[in-house]
Ligand binder design. Structure first.
Ligand code: MTE
Length: 333
């Protein structure tokens, strides 16, 4: 994967992040429970308004749904990564390989209307409009850590709902042992897809074992920071699997297939020695070209690298370690 230094300067970071951080703390104060090992902060006082959205992107119905999401107990109390980094420092190779390419090259991308084709080993198949997929789903805000295989990380307030609530609608059969996801293929809107020396084969493919996909932490995001996803973050819907390296969290999903056989993901296909199917965050197993023991928590700079230790399963071990019991995680990287 590319390794460009980001270009965002400290003074360009607006106080939206500060504002939303306060909101995060105050919202968390209403959550006395400590659910599933996730500590909710007890600081703050009541009364902060919900953040105003930046507006603009996404249809009105989606903006309304996203802005009225409830706050989930399943959130880390860590400081949020500023909005400018979350939306300006991205990996989305369909728009180019530099971190600023996805935000700079995605203006032609159309995420409305949107539909997802569902098929394979399931009883309910067909093409479904985004609005139908979201019908009856309660949207919630979950603050998750995102750890990229390139050893940088962020803390992002996603808005969406558990993946299992989407998948169960299609009634997967007992043959379905894996679920495969594909990103939309639209070279006219995504310049990286027709780049002469493309790093990846498109469409981008990812997959999960069914038990991973049905885990409550696996999440479908349709928004972040109180607003619908921008193109660079995977509009209009993407996966977020917080205990795995970021490349498993496939963006702009257009196809879901239930199948018996393990799908081959795009990064595996491109370099199977460096990128495996499981890709669980694991500080003890180095990438062939760099250690995974620590990570650069953004924002970071030349003078303050903000390096922190990487945690097993990205800090979600209590919740997900049982999924891999008896597996050799060095071989199944
Ligand atoms: N999905 C698609 N379709 N194409 C990509 O290039 N990059 C992945 C993942 N999903 C990628 C993708 C990688 S490497 C990471 S780290 C995360 O998206 C980054 O998500 P973010 O840019 O929203 O932080």
């Amino acid at each position: 994967m590319g390794r460009k230094l980001h270009t965002i300067k400290e003074h360009e970071v607006t106080d939206k992040a500060v504002y939303l951080n306060r909101r995060q703390i105050i919202k968390a104060a209403g959550l006395s429970a400590i659910a599933g090992g996730f500590a909710a902060s007890s600081a703050g006082s009541a009364g902060l308004q919900r953040a105003e959205t930046m507006g603009g992107q996404g249809p009105e119905w989606l903006r309304q749904r996203v802005s009225s999401a409830s706050i989930s107990k399943i959130s880390t109390p860590e400081t949020l990564t500023p909005y400018e980094y979350v939306t300006g420092y991205n990996n989305f190779y369909e728009f180019g390989t530099d971190k600023s390419d996805p935000s700079e090259n995605s203006s032609k991308f159309k995420s409305d209307p949107w539909s997802v084709e569902v098929g394979g080993d399931c009883e309910v198949t067909g093409r479904f409009q985004l609005e139908d997929l979201l019908k009856g789903q309660d949207l919630e805000e979950r603050i998750y850590r995102l750890r990229c295989v390139e050893a940088w990380s962020m803390v992002i307030p996603w808005i969406g709902f558990p993946l299992r609530k989407l998948l169960s609608r299609f009634k997967p059969t007992s043959r379905a042992r894996y679920v495969k996801f594909e990103t939309i293929y639209r070279p006219a809107e995504m310049p990286g897809q027709s780049a002469y020396f493309a790093t990846l084969d498109y469409p981008y493919v990812e997959g999960l074992r069914m038990d991973e996909a049905l885990h409550d932490l696996a999440f479908i995001a349709v928004g972040l920071y109180g607003e619908p996803l921008l193109a660079q973050n995977g509009a209009p819907l993407r996966l977020v699997v917080p205990w795995k390296y970021g490349f498993k969290s496939i963006k702009s999903i257009a196809r879901i297939t239930f199948q018996k056989h393990r799908p081959q993901s795009s990064w595996q296909k491109s370099n199977s020695k460096e990128y495996g199917f499981f890709s669980n965050v694991n500080p003890k197993v180095s990438h062939p070209r760099w250690s995974q023991a620590t990570e650069r928590r953004l924002p970071s700079s030349l003078f303050s690298s903000n390096r922190i230790e990487t945690l097993m399963f990205n800090g979600y071990a209590d919740e997900v370690a049982h999924l891999y019991k008896g597996m050799n995680l060095r071989m199944n990287y």
